[in-house]
Design a protein around this ligand. Sequence first.
Ligand code: E4P
Length: 219
Amino acid sequence: MQLFLDTADIGEIRDGARLGVISGVTTNPSLASAAGIGDREAYQSAVREIAELVNGPISVEVVSTDTQGMVDEGRDIANWIPDPWVKIPSTIEGIEAIAALAGEGIKVNQTLCFSVNQAILGSQAGATVVSPFIGRLDDIGQDGIGLIRDIAELFRSAQVSTRVMAASVRHPLHCVKAAQAGAHIATVPYKTLLQMAQHPLTDSGLARFLADWQKASKT
Ligand code: E4P
C-alpha cells in the first residue's frame, strides 16, 4: 500500500518527504485553509511548492458544486503541476464532471466517497482513484474499513482499474486495517505517519542496547 501525505502544510510535507516513504500528497479546502491558504492564487502557488518537494501525484480539490464549474476548475488545475489529480466530490454533478475530465485524459480523485454505489459510479465515469473516508464513517457509527474492503474486493473481482485510496485516516490502526482490506493507497496526516514508526518496545530496546554498550565500553 502506497502512502500519501494528507496535508497542505509545506513544513510537514518537507519533513515527510525526507523520510523517503511518501508517494504523493492530498489536499482539500479545509487543509488549505488550515495552512493559511486563503484564495485560489495562494492555493496554486502552494500546490506548485508541494510539487517541487514530492515527486508524485498531488490531489487538488475543486470548490464549485455544479458540473461545468468543476470541469472548468479541473481543466485549470490540470495545468498547475506535472502530476495533478483533480479532486471531485461524489455528487451526481461530480460524477458527470469526472466523466468529462477523465474523457480529456485528466486524472481524477473521486473524493467524499461514503458508499459502494458512489464508488461504482466514479469508476464507471473514469476516476483514477476513489477516496472512501474511513474516519468520518466511524464517527457516525458506520464501518469505514468495511467500506474500503467492499470496494477493493469488488474492483479486484471485476478487474476495475480505479484504485482505492483510504482517506480520513485518523490513527495508525486505520493504516494497518486499510492495507489488510486491500487499499492501494492510504493518505495519512503527518502526525499519523510519525505514529506508524512508534513502538514502546523499540524505544526501551534501543535504550537497553545503548546502556549495555556504555557499560561494556567502561569495563
Ligand atoms: C482526503 O483526501 C481528505 O482530504 C481527508 O482524508 C479528509 O480527512 P478528515 O475526515 O480527517 O478531514
